[in-house]
Design a binder for this molecule. Sequence first.
Ligand SMILES: Cc1cc2nc3c(=O)[nH]c(=O)nc-3n(C[C@H](O)[C@H](O)[C@H](O)COP(=O)(O)OP(=O)(O)OC[C@H]3O[C@@H](n4cnc5c(N)ncnc54)[C@H](O)[C@@H]3O)c2cc1C
Length: 244
Amino acid sequence: MGDRREFDATLVTCQSWLLSTNIDCDESLFSQKLWMALDRTRYMQSAKTFIMVDRPFWKDKVPDAARDVMSMTVTDRLTCGTYLFDLGDDKPGVVCLSYSWMSDALKMLPLPVEQRVQLALDTLQKIYPKVDIKRHIIRDPITVSWEGDPNFLGAFKGSLPGHYRYNRRMYCHFMQRDLRAEQRGIFIAGDDVAWIPGWVEGAVHTSLNAVWGIINHLGGETIKSNPGPGDRFDELVPPALPDE
Ligand SMILES: Cc1cc2nc3c(=O)[nH]c(=O)nc-3n(C[C@H](O)[C@H](O)[C@H](O)COP(=O)(O)OP(=O)(O)OC[C@H]3O[C@@H](n4cnc5c(N)ncnc54)[C@H](O)[C@@H]3O)c2cc1C
């Protein structure tokens, strides 16, 4: 509290909604068109619930059959996706009991972790009536609802039809040559700035753009034989809509 520092450039990589909620961000740092894009970003909900278990019990064999008693399970029941992390036969393993999105994740949002685990176990019991998952649990479970975390407010961007213009404004923001002086020096990156949200690839792409923008802002440049994204911007820029 009370600490104030000055920087020549800033790179913001958190969800864009945080710039108008958790972070006190001066309105003059972005144009109104960009604020509109940042605020209209549409985030998807997502929830995961994990347990740690004594061993990878799912590799036990079904009697009189060669198959495992349990395997990675994608279902339209409550759990949606169940994933099994095998760290060695004689080592504890991890089960992601449930990985859900959107309305399936909203079903979990108000529930405490114990209830999420119980619901998931009840669902899996119906699919695997002979497997007693509960007796293998060795630690307190962990759960995350990204939309319920004030430092996220959502899992990842899920653009809607009509959002191309907003995406383009955010994606191209690293090219700051036409911005007003007070709007230069703050850069944004992350999967909500990218065209391919939900994948780290988009976060990396937009970070590379932002790094180029920062180098340029600080007066540096890339070597001629290895041009950066801003050097080739005019050639590769995503097309603007006629009314943009
Ligand atoms: C449920 C889920 C599943 C995913 N699955 C995949 C997958 O299978 N494959 C894949 O490639 N990608 C996946 N992704 C996407 C991937 O996680 C993201 O693309 C990547 O994490 C984005 O990296 P980032 O550094 O831009 O942002 P983040 O990893 O989101 O990091 C942003 C950080 O900023 C912090 N922060 C927020 N506010 C502040 C503040 N005021 N001050 C300081 N720090 C702050 C946040 O706490 C957070 O740690 C998934 C994402 C989610 C949510």
